[in-house]
Design a protein around this ligand. Structure first.
Ligand code: PEP
Length: 249
């Protein structure tokens, strides 16, 4: 059975000062539930202070990284740098990276492979646009994104992956998917993973739902058999709403 993960994606919010404030607002909350992990992914510039002040029960993640170790890639951050800092997770292929920064399935694959090499756990985001959904392409798009993201990764590393199903039309819009619809796609993702490895391995991979998750709808997702948590943007920015989500997990 896959572990449950509640992961916050701060996007381009919370510099070092606000990160410190978030952590001090969180200081009276202690979270310890078996098989549930809490993760926050601050911007790169806030990761060092986050790593320094983070309580033991909370894990860290980056929101992106480049697919090379080092070199002439002005403005980029490498997986080696993240691993040296002790960062545990890295979000790869978020729809904002794919849509606004033109990241392709091939870039996602390169990032996944080098993340695994450095012991970082990729949170691989997949999901269809509104137009693709309207044209009944959801399964096709998601299957392609999953397969391409992990092609040429060895079977044994499958257990080190996390997926997030994030329908693009639901991100930051307040138009969350229904639990039933999200479950159908997450079941499909698990089926694809199972066909690429084996069923036991596929059952161990956490598949998160993301897209306008809030305390009022989280339980609807967590009650689905193939949804093992949430990737949360807006509602992870405030320590109180983030810990409210953790309490519900
Ligand atoms: C996200 O950033 O991945 C996300 C799902 O954002 P929100 O929860 O704000 O929709």
């Amino acid at each position: 059975m896959a572990r449950t993960i509640i992961a916050g994606n701060w996007k381009m919010n919370h510099g070092p000062k606000e990160t410190q404030q978030f952590l001090s607002n969180l200081s009276d909350k202690y979270f310890d539930k078996p098989n549930v992990e809490a993760v926050v992914c601050p911007p790169f510039i806030s990761l060092p202070i986050f790593q320094e002040k983070v309580p033991k029960w909370l894990s860290s993640g980056a929101q992106n990284m480049y697919f090379e170790e080092s070199g002439a890639f002005t403005g980029e951050i490498s997986p080696k740098m993240l691993a040296d800092l002790g960062v545990k997770y890295v979000i790869i292929g978020h729809s904002e990276r794919r849509g606004l920064f033109n990241e392709k399935d091939d870039d996602v694959n390169k990032k996944v492979r080098i993340a695994l090499k450095y012991g970082l756990i990729p949170i691989i985001c997949v999901g269809e646009t509104e137009n693709e959904r309207d044209n009944n392409k959801t399964f096709e798009v998601v299957e392609r994104q999953v397969k391409k993201a992990i092609c040429d990764t060895v079977k044994e590393t499958l257990k080190c992956l996390v997926f997030a199903y994030e329908p693009v039309w639901a991100i930051g819009t307040g138009k969350a998917s229904s639990g039933k619809d999200a479950e159908e796609v997450c079941e499909k993702i698990r089926g694809v993973l199972s066909s690429m490895g084996d069923l036991n391995q596929a059952n161990e991979i956490p598949i998160l739902y993301g897209g306008s998750v809030k305390p009022e709808n989280l339980e609807e997702y967590l009650s689905q058999p193939n949804i093992n948590g949430a990737l949360v943007g807006g509602k992870s920015l405030d320590a109180n709403s983030f810990s409210e989500l953790l309490d519900l997990a």
